[in-house]
Ligand binder design. Structure first.
Ligand SMILES: Cc1cc2nc3c(=O)[nH]c(=O)nc-3n(C[C@H](O)[C@H](O)[C@H](O)COP(=O)(O)OP(=O)(O)OC[C@H]3O[C@@H](n4cnc5c(N)ncnc54)[C@H](O)[C@@H]3O)c2cc1C
Length: 318
């Protein structure tokens, strides 16, 4: 079922959903199920599964020269989505990125998802490869999420890459996209970022999921500005309970977000990570309560491979 249909069926009740990462190469589905099991009692209607592109590693050869190799540490997004749907009978939202894919590979991935009964995709550009300074598209691939959305929307209309004519059967994906309450770090300003966000909706996206934020005012302002720009689709807040002291500096550098002073000081004063996680959970609960009162259709939690804190937040709310 489509994410947007889940929202309609909820009749104004706020839903609980979360995002997981594929396990590291060499792990199996049991690792993943152990992570998901504790969260299932809160009845998520869908689970997001991230996509991780390749990384470059350098190995020293016997002759001393460095050999560049490509490795993918967390493969398996498509298979994991199908396994979760079969095992738990919940919908999944695979993340699909532009990076590392040409258009044919994207089309094939979407056809696989369609055959597997997966009705949703989160269409993203993806970040640059870790060792590169800026995003470089695959030859014959997409530069921006806008182009990926166009391809998915075309397939929904029965237009595939090899034919100008509509095929008899199209796909029927519900398309989600990313939004940034604190602006995407490459965008010259918020207005420009919102212009492209609006374009993503005009091209066929059905809903927005936000980057994590720790100050609800940033989300409220973002929603207001989106509405002023004529963006009317649901805007799902993405939340992350902070779990370690290191995340205080790690999260801003990875995700280009700010941590409010009160939270930063409370975490800095914690003697250890156990105490920091308690502060993180309490903060996320308060954020979630206020967002529920605001009437958000869904609270979407970034588990980043750990379910403990998300479970504690869910226990207090759902
Ligand atoms: C909810 C969520 C989930 C995510 N999941 C993943 C994941 O699973 N895997 C992963 O690798 N990354 C993931 N990311 C990170 C994301 O890939 C990065 O933030 C990436 O840098 C931008 O992706 P995007 O889809 O927002 O890009 P875009 O929408 O393409 O935007 C990128 C930048 O270009 C600008 N822009 C957009 N369209 C155009 C255009 N047509 N012409 C010119 N400029 C344009 C925008 O303003 C922005 O500054 C996720 C992010 C979020 C918020």
């Amino acid at each position: 079922m489509k994410v947007t249909d889940h929202f309609k069926n909820a009749n104004g009740k706020t839903l609980f959903t979360f995002e997981i990462l594929p396990p590291l190469k060499g792990e199996n589905m049991k690792t993943l199920f152990n992570h998901i099991d504790p969260l299932m009692e809160f009845k998520p209607p869908f689970i997001d599964v991230t996509y991780h592109r390749e990384e470059y590693v350098y190995k020293q050869r016997e002759n001393g020269l460095l050999e560049k190799r490509t490795t993918r540490k967390r493969p398996g997004t498509v298979g994991i989505c199908a396994a979760i749907q079969n095992h738990y009978r919940v919908d999944t939202v695979p993340h699909l990125i532009c990076g590392g894919f040409n258009k044919e590979e994207t089309e094939n991935a979407l056809i696989d998802l369609h055959f597997l009964g997966i009705d949703n995709v989160l269409a993203l550009r993806g970040d640059c490869v870790k060792s590169e300074q800026r995003f470089v598209p695959e030859p014959g691939g997409h530069n921006y999420a806008t182009e990926l959305i166009e391809q998915v929307a075309n397939m929904n209309n029965g237009v595939y890459l090899d034919d100008e004519q509509a095929y008899h059967n199209g796909t029927d994906f519900c398309i989600g996209v990313a939004g940034y309450p604190e602006k995407h770090f490459e965008a010259p300003n918020m207005k420009s970022d919102l212009r492209w966000l609006k374009k993503k909706i005009e091209l066929g996206a059905d809903y927005i999921v936000t980057q994590m934020f720790f100050d609800n005012q940033k989300y409220f302002d973002f929603v207001n500005r989106c509405r002023e720009e004529g963006i009317t689709v649901p805007i799902i807040p993405g939340l992350k309970p902070m779990t370690t002291k290191t995340q205080l500096t790690l999260l801003p550098s990875l995700f280009h977000i700010e941590i409010p002073c009160a939270l930063a000081e409370a975490i800095e004063d914690c003697p250890d990570n156990k105490a920091a996680a308690q502060v993180g959970v309490e903060w996320a609960i308060q954020q979630s309560k206020e967002l529920m009162e605001f009437g958000v259709p869904c609270l979407h939690y970034y588990s980043m491979g750990k379910s403990d804190s998300v479970r504690k937040v869910a226990e207090a709310l759902f």
